[in-house]
Ligand binder design. Structure first.
Ligand code: ZN
Length: 202
């Protein structure tokens, strides 16, 4: 197992502007393999290197094909392609926007509505050093914008509608399997401070 430790809200690494990757080498490939594994394990739609404590411009994202959480469903039917992107840059963003619920593995179980461009074009390099161009819309476009924000030290709570902040709480009585308990930024910050205190004692 290659799973990496996720750094949580309050850690300074999440607020740093990440450095450009100068060379794609085996160390970086190993880091990205660990990031992909961690993203799959959590599970998440994306992960940025600062979230595993590495302040470099590298992200991984994957495409969600179906939100249907039918247990019979094969993993391959739910998840599409995975990308590892080095030095990703948004070269184009649509004027029209999408607003949807967003969360982050560095701020576990917190959700809020975030307005993002509906579609983006991202240029980056892959792990072989080749240039890649991704034209994305929908959730993949949202994930790319969210992860590239991480490289600037920007988190979704900086962009969200603060009135929609909520905890995702498992709830068998709800048909989604969870309910949303409204919260405030102050309460969320307090909870993540406690989480980090617990982690530092481990
Ligand atoms: Zn995130």
């Amino acid at each position: 197992m290659n799973e990496l430790k996720i750094f949580h809200y309050g850690d300074p690494v999440l607020r740093k502007k990440a450095k450009k990757v100068k060379q794609v080498d085996d160390d970086l490939r190993q880091l990205m393999a660990g990031m992909v594994e961690t993203m799959v394990e959590e599970p998440g739609v994306g992960l940025a290197a600062p979230q595993v404590g590495v302040s470099l411009r590298a992200i991984c994202v994957r495409e969600l094909l179906s939100r249907d959480e039918d247990e019979e469903k094969d993993e391959d039917d739910v998840w599409g392609q995975t990308w590892c992107l080095i030095n990703p840059v948004i070269t184009k963003r649509s004027k029209d926007t999408q607003t949807g619920n967003e969360g982050c593995l560095s701020l576990p179980t917190l959700l809020a509505m975030v307005e993002r461009a509906s579609a983006v074009v991202v240029k980056a390099h892959d792990l072989e050093g080749n240039e890649v161009v991704i034209e994305a819309s929908g959730l993949l476009a949202r994930a790319l914008q969210h992860e590239i924000d991480h490289l600037q030290g920007i988190l979704f709570i900086d962009r969200c509608d603060k009135d929609t902040l909520a905890w995702m709480v498992p709830d068998e009585e709800d048909e989604r399997g969870y309910r949303l308990d409204p919260t405030t930024m102050e309460e969320a910050v307090e909870r993540f401070d406690r989480l980090r205190q617990r982690e530092s004692k481990q």
